[in-house]
Structures are given as C-alpha cells and as structure tokens.
Design a protein around this ligand. Sequence first.
Ligand code: NAD
Ligand code: DAU
Length: 364
Amino acid sequence: MHKLLVTGGAGFIGANFVHYWLAHHPQDRLVVLDALTYAGNMASLAGCLEQDNFRFVHGDIGDQDLVETLLVDEGLDTVVNFAAESHVDRSIHGPDPFVTTNVVGTHSLLKAAKKVWLARGGRSHRFHHVSTDEVYGSLTSEAPPFTEASPYAPNSPYSASKAASDHLVRAYHHTYGLEVTTSNCSNNYGPYQFPEKLIPLIILNILEAKHLPIYGDGLNIRDWLYVEDHCRGIDLVLEKGRVGEVYNIGGNNEWKNIDIVRLVCQLVDEAVSADGKLQERFPVAPVVTGGKAENLITFVKDRPGHDRRYAIDAGKSGKELGYEPLESFETGIRKTIAWYLANEEWWRAVMNGSYREWIVRHYA
Ligand code: NAD
Ligand code: DAU
C-alpha cells in the first residue's frame, strides 16, 4: 500500500491521474494538495471527495511547513508533482508565477521531502516530477524525436521554468540521495482540460460559432497523447522506473495544428448533425445554421518564439517499463469531443468562473 501526495491534483492531468489511481489502486491513500489557481477545479474531482482514502488540501506547494506536516501526519511515501503554471501563452504575458510555482515551488517541495524523508536514516520514498517535452526545445521537420539524452534548450518562460525544476530534481538526487524520477511528456488531450488549450478551445468555440484562432501558418507540429496514457506511464515509472532516471512519455502521434483543427471541425460537425438534442442545445453551431465549422478557422498573429515541432521517442519507457500508448488518436479524440458535449455544466462553469458555486450546489 502506498500513500501519495498528488500536487496539482485539481488540474487537468492531475485530476485524471487521481481518477485513474483511485480506480487502479483502491488500496492506496491519496492526498491532493492544490492551490486552486484559475486552472484548478474541484469539480474535476467530483466523485473522489466522498471516498475514505481521499483527502483534498487547499494549499501551495511553496508552503514548506504545510508540505512537511502533510508528509509526516499522513505518513506519505510518494510525491507526484503535477502542480505548475502550465500555459505557454500566459508565461509570455506574465512569467512571474511560472518562476514562483514551477521553480521556487518545486524547490520548496524538494526541501520538504528531503527534510522529512531523509531524516534519521531515511525511509522508503519516491519523489516523481511531472515534466514536459518542451524542455528540449524545438525540432526541425527532419530531426529525430527527442530522447532522454536530448540537450535541454527551453524557449519560452514556461519551458525554461520547467527545465529549471527538472534540474533541481536531478540535483536533489545527485547531491542528497533523494529518490527521484522525472517524466517528460508530450501534449496531452482528454477530459477536464482547461479550455485555453488548443483542443478544448476549438471544440467549445465551434459550439458557440466563435473564431478558431490558428497561430502563424498552422504548420507547427505537436505529438498528442490521450491523458489516461500519460497517467498509466507515470504509474509504470513509479512501479518500475529506476531511481534518478528520466523517462520520456509520448503518443507517437504527430499532427500539424491546422490538420488537428480541421479534424476536430469535421468530428464536431458530424456529432452535432447526428443529434437533434445537441442541435437544440447549440443552436448557433455552424452545422445547425447551415454552415461548416471549418469556416470559422482564422489565422492570427503567431505566438512569440513559437516552437515549430515536438516529437517524443518513448523507446526507453517502452523497453524498461513496458510503456506504450493504448488509446488510438481516432478513438481518443472522439471520446474527448463526446466528453465536452456531455459535460457542458463543467465547462460553462469553468468559462464563467462560477465553478465554486457548482461545488457548493453539489457538495453543500
Ligand atoms: P493545469 O494548469 O491544468 O493544472 C495545474 C494545477 O496545479 C492546477 O490545479 C493548479 O491549481 C495547481 N497549482 C498551480 N500552482 C500551484 C501551487 N503553487 N501550489 C499548488 N497547486 C498549484 O496543468 P496540466 O496541464 O494538468 O499539467 C500538469 C503538469 O503536467 C504540469 O507540471 C505540466 O508542466 C505538465 N505537463 C503538461 C502537459 C499538457 O499537455 N498539459 C504535457 C506534459 C507535461
Ligand atoms: O508539449 C507539452 C506541452 O503541451 C505542455 O508542457 C504544456 O503545459 C501544454 O500547455 C502544451 O503546450 P502547447 O503550447 O503545445 O499547447 P497549446 O494547447 O497551448 O497549443 C498547442 C499548439 O496549438 C501550439 O502550437 C500553439 C497552437 N495554438 C494554440 C492555441 C491555444 C493555436 O494555434 N491557437 C490557439 O488558440
């Protein structure tokens, strides 16, 4: 039995991880620590809060005393660190919280783990740090995918802050012997993703007949992974990963932005035109008014410093851990669209900032 501290567990991947873990490891105890920034959402943890082996703590990873208290009082043996500022565009407009949470916050977590777990001869533990492929920089179209040996070359304040945190995690292992692992993953998609990120933004804008903004020429490439496959990958790293090692997790699924947006347009059009109830709920959706979602595509000014291509070589995780993505893109993207169509209450509350009232209604 393990006792995990899941930081950032009310965010997109963290919440999916919590649902995944409770389903696959029902004997374990989970404590979620989340500061509930704009990206944190208790509604994404619906169904978990009632479970005896689950506890939610509202707090900051930068609060070292709080983290130490949780590690000691709950007897926690594992940290899975999802907590971060995660959106590249926000990091360009305002980098400060990225440095505060991703760098200083992660360092604070490391200090707490070191103090509690390495004290008095130490005890069995694992500090797993969730990171990103963006730390490796940008690939040309011919370059081979990133491996764990690719040099770090972060290009945005977001990726630079993640790179710094990765280095601190590595240093706490090398210098102090903290038992760490790190995973660097490609772009995730799936349920509970905040609609500032490309795929949910496109789905929801189609339903409301808003423009679909494509940065630059739309030919930037990302390697998309269904979020549950990421969660499974982290599970495998925790179970079989070697302490001190880094594991890449990816989808082997490269798409140009414009192609992915066109695909989402086609699938949302199909879903809405096949279902009269959806037509009633989304009366301005292009297929309802006689148009096509694709007509909403609008090329806009490029993101400054926009990385051209990411691609992950997950060969090491495959060989050492038996990792491979299980969800095909065909099924994953359909599931994701179906989830957003079925969970309008969730995304409306996120979009108008009223999800806290939603929690009161459901949990008061
Ligand atoms: P997210 O923005 O959806 O969620 C982040 C969560 O962290 C939120 O719940 C937020 O409230 C919480 N948080 C922020 N600052 C905090 C603080 N100081 N203390 C405690 N909690 C805090 O992010 P996400 O997309 O779920 O990403 C999770 C992690 O995975 C991040 O570390 C990110 O770098 C990494 N990652 C994301 C992707 C992706 O495609 N989304 C891919 C690879 C790696
Ligand atoms: O690669 C992993 C990373 O993926 C994670 O570390 C980040 O936390 C996560 O946000 C994501 O970063 P990206 O910048 O790749 O994701 P985003 O959804 O913001 O953008 C995906 C691509 O789509 C990117 O090339 C920019 C483009 N884009 C994005 C938005 C929001 C558009 O063309 N229009 C848009 O409106």
